[in-house]
Design a protein around this ligand. Structure first.
Ligand code: PXP
Length: 251
């Protein structure tokens, strides 16, 4: 199998804002993180404006739209409020994610199959406004087919179950989850969907996913921002980049 070129690295800066908000001031500034990531080779910046604004704020999104020369992937729930914000800013991409107030992070993929009509209507104006519409889903055939039917251009496959199983030492589960991600990447690509993968990826888990031929982008946040505490954002990112390239046979 020949691997299809360099993978894009999307850097999720939500957790710079999480740390800032823990004290309620201005630092650390997620825009500064976005600038550094942009300068040292990130292919995109991802930010999730949650309904409860627990990390990224409306002002952060405005600032990102102003300073970024690389694409912004605006993560949002399928609500009228978020749709209006996305239509005002028209980011390069919107990634529709499920959102529950009580969750610590985005725990599962979106239930597209059950909400097909509603989501088709929800994403149409975003597509018309020129945003690439990505749907964050589990590696599940029903969800992929539904995402295709509603007119999404991209699916982001949720790698959280694979990563959790790896880090908890449940290796049979890990291998099953990895096989599902591999198979569903191929299925989504076969339907003409652009494939992204994200959630929970670390230096230990990134390479088996990066070695799949179909994904064009990985979105990585929590681990990178954590690693940046110890070695700085640029070296943390460059190591992730190196591992992704190595998995694709790029030296
Ligand atoms: N992709 C999506 C759709 C997400 O919701 C998240 C988490 O906000 C990520 C990628 C990044 O996940 P992590 O922060 O675990 O790397």
């Amino acid at each position: 199998m020949t691997y299809s070129g360099k993978l894009r690295l999307g850097v999720n800066i939500d957790h710079v804002a999480t740390v800032r908000n823990a004290r309620g001031g201005d630092t650390p500034d997620p825009l500064r993180a976005a600038r550094i990531a942009q300068e040292c080779g990130a292919d995109g910046i991802t930010a999730h404006l949650r309904e409860d604004r627990r990390h990224i704020s409306d002002a952060d999104i405005e600032g990102l739209m102003e300073i970024l020369t690389i694409p912004l992937n605006f993560e949002m729930a399928a609500t009228d409020e978020m749709q209006a914000i996305a239509l005002r800013h028209k980011p390069h991409a919107v990634c529709i994610v499920p959102e529950k107030r009580e969750e610590r992070t985005t725990e599962g993929g979106l239930e597209v199959a059950r909400e097909e009509n509603k989501l088709a209507h929800f994403i149409a104006p975003l597509r018309d406004a020129g945003c690439r519409v990505s749907i964050f889903i589990a590696a599940d055939l029903r969800q992929i087919e539904a995402a295709h039917r509603i007119g999404a251009q991209v699916v982001e496959l949720h790698s959280g179950a694979y990563c959790d199983a790896h880090h908890e030492g449940r290796f049979e589960d890990r291998d099953r989850e990895l096989a599902a991600l591999r198979e569903m990447s191929a299925v989504a690509h076969g339907l003409g969907l652009e494939v992204h993968v994200g959630h929970g990826l670390t230096y230990e888990t990134v390479q088996p996913v990066a070695a799949f031929p179909e994904p064009v982008e990985l979105n990585i946040g929590h681990f990178l921002i954590g690693e940046a505490i110890f070695r700085g954002l640029e070296p943390a990112m460059l190591e992730m980049r190196r591992l992704m390239d190595e998995a694709r046979g790029i030296t």
